[in-house]
Design a protein around this ligand. Structure first.
Ligand code: CP
Length: 316
């Protein structure tokens, strides 16, 4: 494997799930695989789960790990070619990337959408430059349009908790005070579309995701209808994708907060969220603290998804 940025890069998802199950049985079984190999994790944005779970996964495989927070202690990086660098950015990404690549065997990158320039975001400008210029295999730790390590962990979690072969999974938009990227929702949709699960997306009008991510999902604007008979409710906020509102917050209606009344419409559904979550905006205290909330095992599976992916890199 040379890169991991989307569901297609993992290949057959059943094979990937089997590998994840094997790792979960004994996460130290391959502790020699990464001996004398170094993972460099580069963060352009904040993180709790991705940072800790990916570092732990690499350590389970015997790797050395270096972490760079680009905005804390490193030179400010220019990302656009052709700019006269007379401002506060001291180094260009085009020198920084191959230099970083020279110190490691594998690179993880977190670089969110800026939500200003849709074309630049959906071209994955930063991540694609790492893939092109680092000379090393690269994986996404959440990029502008996708969060594949999260979605793989979500798939592992659904696989563990499902009680029927073909569960009904609902991705529901929920309110948030700030504009967030579409990456987690896009990615979750992409991974659910790779399964044969019944998959429904519900959101207020104006929050339609890009058609390539919606895929074969049923879009249902009526949340009550969407929740009926659901086995998994996956809540997430995202900002508008469609022009001219790209990156804007169009709605903060609390009736979209996931509460016990909404959950009572489901078939005893489990509640999921990638975290961090704004309580009583996205989900009520009562729902997230209920015995149907699986946000903690979901987050714990981030270690397993990361280890499955890093093991693939080490083996290739
Ligand atoms: N879910 C997730 O990626 O969490 P962090 O932003 O804390 O890494």
């Amino acid at each position: 494997m040379k890169k991991f940025t989307c569901v297609a890069d993992i290949g057959d998802i059943n094979r990937a799930l089997n590998e994840a199950r094997e790792i979960k049985k004994d996460r130290f079984a391959f502790s020699q695989l990464g001996k004398n190999k170094t993972l460099l994790m580069i963060f352009f944005n904040s993180s709790l789960r991705t940072r800790l779970s990916t570092q732990k996964a690499a350590m389970n495989l015997g790797m050395n790990v270096m972490v760079l927070d680009v905005n804390q202690g490193a030179w400010k990086l220019e990302t656009e070619r052709g700019v006269i660098m007379d401002g506060d950015k001291a180094e260009h990404l085009l020198e920084a990337i191959p230099v970083m690549g020279s110190y490691c065997d594998l690179i993880g990158v977190r670089s969110f959408a800026n939500l200003v320039d849709k074309k630049s975001d959906y071209e994955e400008k930063v991540l694609s430059q790492f893939i092109e210029y680092s000379g090393k295999p690269v994986f996404s730790m959440e990029a502008a349009t996708r969060h594949p390590l999260q979605s793989f962990a979500d798939l592992i979690t659904i696989d563990e908790f499902k009680t029927k072969e073909r569960p009904k999974v609902v991705l529901t938009w929920a309110p948030h005070p700030k504009a967030l990227p579409q990456a987690v929702a896009n990615s979750f949709a992409e991974w659910m579309n790779a399964t044969d699960y019944e998959f429904v997306i519900t959101h207020p009008e104006g929050y339609e995701l890009a058609p390539e991510f919606v895929g074969k999902a049923r879009v249902e604007y009526d949340r009550e209808k969407a929740f009926k008979g659901a086995d998994f409710i996956y809540a997430k906020n995202w900002s508008a994708y469609s022009d001219p509102n790209y990156g804007k917050v169009l709605n903060k209606d609390p009736k979209w907060t996931v509460d016990s009344k909404a959950m009572s419409l489901t078939d005893g559904a489990f509640f999921m969220h990638c975290l961090p979550v704004r309580r009583n905006m996205i989900v009520t205290d009562e729902v997230i603290e209920s015995d149907k909330s699986i946000v903690i095992p979901e987050a714990a599976n981030r270690e397993i998804s990361a280890q499955t992916v890093i093991k693939r890199f080490l083996e290739s």
